[in-house]
Design a protein around this ligand. Structure first.
Ligand SMILES: Cc1cc2nc3c(=O)[nH]c(=O)nc-3n(C[C@H](O)[C@H](O)[C@H](O)COP(=O)(O)OP(=O)(O)OC[C@H]3O[C@@H](n4cnc5c(N)ncnc54)[C@H](O)[C@@H]3O)c2cc1C
Length: 408
């Protein structure tokens, strides 16, 4: 029989030690609050300098600034980050193309392509030094009590029998969040009708430090620039398409896949060759109708997931982290209960409109490019041409993509 363990008391328990959970823990380093992270994985992600990790994210300048302020960016740079200056977007069913360049907007970069493991390892280096943090790894959140006090203090039971009691429990446990389920948060969700095939490739031609995206009625094919010891003939691939096509692409032998990919990309970067195993990720839009309840808050993918076509998922997640960090710090300074709705609603009010606006924008993009309706096709083509000829509009779009200007 498993022996009952003594209940441990914390101010904040973070469930999930992915990019968002780690960033929140790092943000609360200097607060004197007692923190715990509960992480399902037993070990930290491994890093191999000679190969790329399959999961890569385009980080905005705002996310870079957050990671820098947390002290993680220098360690990430030492591993590998890939700044990019250009973006080429075209419609495979038309003649239009939009080219964005950092110089046009007076900035040095449009963003940074970073393997998710690099971000995690950079943040892990920071939290490893944190004296106010306990780690529970290789265990999962199993059960959650109702609020024990009017301020929301709750108990969380872990799979190893530990019981953690906290003023605030944060769900940073990703798209299939256990905290979201245990807390009975409602969601609005639907399939995008797309699966993303992810891998990395070596190309005949250099990527010229640009992110390349080819839109078609089936989906979006993105070539995202990576560098290996200064060699810029590498790209991370995110190929979002119908589930049946994704399954077919996964089943192709390597040579046939290379041919299909080269052809689908219209040979723009010459012949391409797989450098890594392919992986398929189903894409689902999800949004929790509330992000907070007494003693509970959801952040990042636990609160919302979005189509990767504009590379905004973790950028929105880091914006959640920045907002919740500030709300917790202010409440702690003012000696207010961290789990009270009066405190947590401020976080929800700050983040929900932005997240919803981005999700609506991505949905319209997806629909705009999925259409076969001729007038819409013509308008789309014309719209892209107009954007390409309008430097002011391009500067606005770049500022938005960098995260320097809120949506709406
Ligand atoms: C194909 C693709 C491409 C993308 N590209 C981009 C991009 O270019 N830019 C961008 O901003 N975003 C991008 N995203 C989105 C981005 O990957 C996610 O937003 C991000 O990974 C979410 O981070 P997270 O920390 O919220 O969750 P996760 O990374 O899922 O981390 C959750 C953590 O919680 C742990 N966990 C899970 N369940 C439990 C439990 N019960 N108990 C304890 N621990 C648990 C997990 O082990 C994990 O460590 C992309 C997504 C996809 C699918």
């Amino acid at each position: 029989m498993q022996q009952a363990k003594a209940t441990k008391h914390y101010d904040v328990v973070i469930v999930g030690g992915g990019m968002a959970g780690l960033a929140l823990a790092a943000g609360l380093a200097d607060t004197g609050l007692k923190l715990a992270i509960v992480e399902l994985a037993e070990q930290a992600p491994s890093w191999q300098a000679a190969t790329f990790n399959t999961r890569v994210s385009a980080l905005s300048e705002t996310s870079r600034q957050l990671l820098d302020s947390l002290g993680a960016w220098p360690a990430m740079q030492q591993l590998r980050v890939n700044p990019y200056q250009g973006m080429r977007v075209w419609d495979s069913q038309g003649t239009a193309e939009v080219a964005f360049d950092a110089a046009e907007a007076g900035v040095s970069h449009l963003g940074y392509l970073v393997e998710n493991t690099v971000t995690q390892l950079g943040l892990l280096e920071v939290v490893a030094e944190q004296l106010n943090l306990d780690w529970y790894s290789g265990v999962e959140a199993l059960a959650l009590s109702e609020p024990l006090t009017t301020q929301g203090r709750r108990e969380l039971k872990l799979s190893d029998g530990s019981v953690l009691e906290a003023e605030l429990i944060v769900g940073a446990d990703g798209a299939n969040s256990r905290v979201r389920k245990l807390g009975d948060f409602k969601t609005r969700e639907w399939n995008y009708g797309h699966h993303a095939l992810v891998t990395s490739v070596r190309m005949e031609k250099s990527h010229a430090n640009a992110a390349w995206q080819n839109f078609s009625d089936k989906g979006v094919l993105a070539f995202l620039p990576l560098n290996l010891d200064g060699d810029n003939h590498w790209c991370s691939i995110v190929w979002s398409t119908h589930p049946e096509e994704a399954a077919e692409l996964l089943a192709l032998d390597e040579q046939a896949f290379n041919q299909q990919l080269t052809q689908a990309f219209e040979g723009r970067l010459g012949k391409v060759e797989l450098s890594q195993a392919r992986q398929v990720v189903p894409l689902r839009q999800r949004h929790a109708t509330d992000y907070v309840k007494p003693g509970l808050a959801l952040i990042a993918d636990a609160a919302h997931t979005i189509h990767p076509l504009a590379g905004q998922g973790i950028n929105l997640g880091f914006a959640d982290v920045a907002a919740l960090t500030q709300v917790i710090k202010q409440a702690a300074t003012a000696k207010k209960p961290l789990g009270s709705l009066a405190v947590l609603n401020t976080y929800q009010r700050q983040r929900k409109p932005d997240n919803l606006a981005m999700m609506a924008l991505m949905e319209s993009f997806k629909r705009l490019f999925a259409t076969q309706n001729l007038p819409v096709l013509l308008l789309r083509n014309l719209g892209m041409k107009l954007v390409n000829k309008n430097p002011w509009l391009k500067r606005q779009l770049i500022a938005q993509a960098l995260g320097l200007r809120p949506l709406g």
